[in-house]
Design a protein around this ligand. Structure first.
Ligand SMILES: Nc1ncnc2c1ncn2[C@@H]1O[C@H](COP(=O)(O)OP(=O)(O)OP(=O)(O)O)[C@@H](O)[C@H]1O
Length: 599
């Protein structure tokens, strides 16, 4: 979780430059929106002047021809200014729709691009649900932010400055009262927002993100929750998080209320000063009833804008806070990056060399691998075995460069993978994971994921090789069937066969199978073993297996223990080694198998 106590730049200082950069990507629209709203506001600004003229004309009496003419002129100006204001505002609101939508889409897509490229470690440390919330909340906050700045704050500023100048030209003392009052009001509002409301809003946002994370965690693990009948436990867990969220949000909302009460008090004093000033000017003979009307109308326009300035600053602060977590995504390091001038790796034979590799998981005291060296020949089939946690999966993660090594090198066909583009490397390695994850898309799309644009024949052929075709044809829409989130609508064995079909189709020179056959029944396992034999021919294959029957026929078996390769050789050689780890594992599994068969 992001620390809430560490010192960091104010949200506004990172969010506003980010938003302005996005505005500049649409300069014409940005101009049309700004000009439309500012022009409309300028037209509003002159209304009080003509209201004053109208009252002066009316007080002169209906019999006076010049007064009637002046009244008509003032009336025409008021209507004309109203129409101009309407037209300009229309330009603004029509343009701000595509302008904001484009900015929101860009911001969302760029955040998604960045998040997708974050390292495996970043994803391991983040809740998917929280990340989704960070992005969607940030996109909607941008909508509020655009409206607040372009439709509200900038026009308010124009009204304040304009009124100050127009009134100040007639009565400098009134101009001064308005200037001082506005400055006090705006400064007070900002101080309250930035120092009092924003810190509380930041904390409540962090709790809001946590609520999303907690919901997503429980929902994605719903199968586990169900299997332990733990719904009530999860309800209570969410209740705990929501109670803390509620306390934090309450504090923020109360601070908003305190701020607006203080704003209303300042506005009351301001009103008394301006209207009192106008009456004094009238009493001293320096102002006509029309002038007083002008001051009063101006004041009510200023008042409306000032009252709203408080709300707009609230909205600005809130949207900035809501966007902060999204903007931060762009400041976070990717973790694994392509070096400058990274090259496309050219894998032909697929020889893999670990040359004195040291690797350390962040947070662990000791490195997992300390000077690990191994040479896997092009086309060799290698089995990885060893106790749980001995470092088998990490080995294949390093081959895919999901993590960077801290010492030594990993070479494929003589090329250092750290200097290759990640995309070219991973696209030439096909992998079937221990727990295959499928997209909630059709089966055909899932199988073709490793080779976009593959023909239906190729997809079916791959499915046949993986022994998946028959069960797929029994599904309601065969290859067009949707598989549910992460493939939940399929059995474990079916999911694995789909993942195998995906690997068949990918046809990559390097193949990684992580317990690929662990959840298949013995009949389909035998069929897949044959297919795998065919698939492995001519490819470098690394197979991680707990069941040693899977790796018996491998060219070589590497036995891992606490991050070291402690034994290696063929099954026959290792099984014959007295006191060896492999032999121990083999004997234990043979005994378990014998016991299971006897029962
Ligand atoms: N993302 C991670 N962050 C920190 N430590 C990790 C991470 N992944 C694995 N480890 C640790 O590294 C060690 C090796 O893990 P690895 O997954 O490579 O073992 P394994 O031999 O494949 O185990 P298994 O057979 O159970 O899958 C373990 O101690 C594990 O806890």
């Amino acid at each position: 979780m992001t620390s809430l106590t560490t010192k960091r730049p104010a949200a506004i200082r990172i969010v506003l430059p980010f938003v302005f950069r996005h505005w500049l990507e649409q300069p014409l629209r940005a101009f049309a929106v700004t000009a439309g709203f500012l022009g409309a506001t300028a037209a509003d600004l002159f209304m009080p002047v003509f209201s004053g003229h109208l009252v002066d004309a009316l007080t002169a009496g209906a019999t006076d021809a010049a007064a009637r003419h002046a009244a008509m002129l003032a009336f025409g100006a008021i209507v004309g200014l109203g129409a101009l204001s309407l037209m300009l505002r229309l330009v603004g609101i029509q343009t701000i729709v595509p302008f904001t939508l484009k900015t929101m889409s860009d911001v969302g897509q760029q955040a998604f691009m960045q998040v997708q490229r974050f390292s495996t470690d970043w994803h391991a440390n983040s809740f998917a649900g929280s990340t989704v919330r960070r992005i969607t909340r940030g996109m909607w906050a941008l909508d509020l932010l655009n409206d607040t700045i372009l439709m509200a704050l900038l026009p308010s500023l124009v009204v304040l400055l304009g009124s100050m100048i127009l009134l100040g030209l007639h009565w400098p003392s009134l101009g001064a009262v308005i200037a001082v009052g506005s400055v006090i009001y705006v400064a007070m509002t900002m101080v309250f927002q930035v120092r009092y409301v924003a810190p509380a809003a930041r904390v409540s946002n962090a709790w809001d993100t946590k609520v999303g994370g907690t919901l997503a965690d429980a929902l994605t693990c719903n199968a586990v929750v169900k299997s332990f009948g733990a719904e009530t436990r999860e309800d209570m867990r969410l209740d705990g998080v929501i109670s803390r969220w509620r306390r934090r949000v309450r504090r923020t909302w109360l601070r908003y209320n305190h701020t607006s009460t203080a704003q209303l008090l300042v506005l009351l004093c301001f009103r008394a000063s301006v209207i009192g000033g106008a009456i004094l000017l009238w009493a001293a003979g320096h102002a006509t009833p029309g002038d007083v009307t002008y001051v009063l109308t101006s004041y009510y326009i200023i008042h409306a804008y000032l009252r709203d300035v408080g709300m707009h600053i609230n909205n600005l602060q809130r949207s900035v806070n809501d966007m902060e977590e999204l903007v931060q995504i762009h400041g976070e390091p990717l973790g694994i990056v392509d070096v400058v001038n990274a090259r496309t790796i050219d894998i032909q034979g697929g020889r893999i060399v670990f040359d004195d590799v040291t690797f350390h998981y962040g947070g662990h005291r000791r490195p997992l691998y300390d000077g690990l060296s191994v040479d896997i020949d092009a086309g060799e089939r290698v089995g990885l075995v060893g106790r749980s946690g001995s470092g088998k999966t990490t080995f294949v993660k390093l081959v895919q460069r999901l993590y960077d090594v801290s010492g030594g090198k990993i070479l494929i066909d003589g090329q250092d993978i750290a200097k290759a583009t990640q995309q070219s490397l991973r696209s030439q390695i096909a992998i079937v994971q221990q727990e295959p994850i499928l997209f909630h898309r059709t089966l055909a799309e899932n199988i073709a994921y490793g080779r976009p644009g593959a023909s239906m024949e190729a997809i079916e052929q791959a499915a046949r090789l993986a022994n998946a075709h028959d069960f797929i044809m029994r599904l309601p829409k065969d290859y067009g069937t949707l598989v549910g989130e992460r493939g939940v609508k399929l059995s474990g064995g079916e999911r694995q066969r789909v993942a195998l079909a995906r690997a068949f189709l990918a046809d990559a020179p390097i193949l990684i199978l992580d317990e690929a056959t662990s959840s298949l029944d013995s009949e389909s396992e035998a069929l897949i073993q044959q297919a795998m034999e065919r698939l492995m021919k001519g490819r470098t294959s690394i197979v991680i297996a707990h069941r040693l029957s899977t790796v018996c026929s491998m060219d070589r078996i590497l036995v891992f223990d606490r991050g070291e390769i402690v034994e290696q050789g063929t099954h026959e050689v290792l099984a014959a080694r007295r006191g060896g780890i492999y032999r121990g594992l083999f004997e234990r599994q043979a005994t378990e198998f014998g016991q299971a068969a006897a029962e």
